[in-house]
Design a protein around this ligand. Structure first.
Ligand SMILES: O=C(O)C(=O)Cc1ccccc1
Length: 336
């Protein structure tokens, strides 16, 4: 895992009224290269069959995917020009684990250019011929273990985190582990040929993960579509006061929030490191006691969004736009 820090993260799911039913991604059941993403190289953490790879292929049909051992390598691949985009999971419906990946955004000057939400279905996989009875342990990405915690306790399996779900499957095969299962995607099951012991292992039937697509240069939301702007706000005062001021700056201008999260490294932390960019684009890392992640409805070009950001800047030490992109309310369903 690239980011093992553990800031306490409070997440307020805002305005869930706009969620939609899951839809089939365009790459499933078709060989079409879709929307001209064929030349894009998209880096992700994991190996083929990882959910992040599925997210990359869903967001950018026909892209070439570039597996990376850890998330930070995917970010570095984009920064160094070895890839055009990186995809990272940032939030799930049932956990606060993925939000830690957001901190990678803070420390790098990549831009969010797209979002994609996937319905995540977990399979319990084991070496051919090994039944549930012989199992002692399960390995997978920490988010997968967290999303399946209750089911795993029922099965009485010890849990061991590894870097990614599909990588867990490859590990079973490479080491011939017969007392261990892996949690991974249906696609990983098909790719690597393990036995499927349980389908739909997730504790909650509704298990959605949102991924962000990052690029070196800012994107543009498609004209005629609703835009979303992601910003980060940091300061030295209390997080609660900052939260209230952000809420007030937005509500006074009729701007809806799609997400509002406070990251706080807690009593043992020494602050959240944030890359502060100067006018020439040079960056310095500075530590702040808390940061707020805010997704606003609207584009950075909208006057009321500009006004709200100016208002927020007047009471905070840092307001940085992480990206302005097309809001995609769809939830892609990979089960079909
Ligand atoms: O390990 C993977 O397959 C990933 O892409 C990370 C992940 C794990 C669980 C849900 C979504 C993303």
């Amino acid at each position: 895992m690239a980011n093992r820090r553990n800031p306490r993260a409070a997440s307020l799911p805002l305005d869930s009224s706009k969620s939609t039913l899951p839809v089939l991604p365009s790459w499933m059941g078709s060989r079409s290269v879709g929307n001209g993403a064929a030349e894009l190289r998209v880096a992700y953490q994991g190996v083929s069959g990882a959910y992040s790879e599925l997210a990359a292929r869903t967001a950018l049909p026909g892209c070439a995917t570039l597996p990376c051992p850890v998330l930070y390598d995917a970010v570095l691949a984009v920064k160094a020009g070895h890839a055009d985009r990186a995809v990272l999971p940032v939030e799930g419906t049932t956990d606060a684990c993925a939000v830690r990946n957001y901190d990678i955004l803070l420390q790098n000057d990549l831009h969010i250019v797209q979002e994609v939400s996937l319905f995540v279905d977990y399979y319990l996989l084991a070496m051919p011929g090994v039944g549930k009875k012989g199992l002692r342990k399960v390995i997978s990405h920490p988010m997968a273990l967290e999303h399946c915690g209750r089911s795993l306790r029922r099965l009485g399996l010890d849990q061991e985190p590894v870097d990614d779900t599909a990588g867990a499957v490859k590990m079973l095969l490479a080491r011939g582990m017969v007392d261990t299962a892996a949690i991974a995607s249906p696609r990983a099951a098909a790719l690597y040929g393990l036995d499927v012991l349980v389908r739909g292992l997730q504790d909650e039937a509704w298990n959605v993960t949102r991924f962000l697509v990052l690029s070196r240069s800012p994107g543009q939301h498609k004209s005629g579509t609703a835009a979303k702007t992601s910003i980060v706000v940091a300061g030295r005062g209390g997080a609660l006061a900052a939260l209230l001021k952000v809420l007030s700056a937005c509500s006074r201008r009729g701007i809806s929030l799609r997400k509002l999260e406070v990251h706080n490294p807690g009593a043992h932390g020494d602050g959240m490191a944030v890359l502060v960019l100067d006018a020439d684009g040079r960056g310095t890392l500075r530590a702040f006691p808390h940061v707020l992640y805010v997704d606003l409805e609207g584009s950075v070009e909208d006057e009321r969004v500009k006004d709200a950001m100016a208002d927020i800047s007047s009471f905070s030490e840092l307001v940085r736009v992480l990206g302005c992109y097309t809001a995609d309310p769809k939830i892609y369903d990979l089960r079909s």
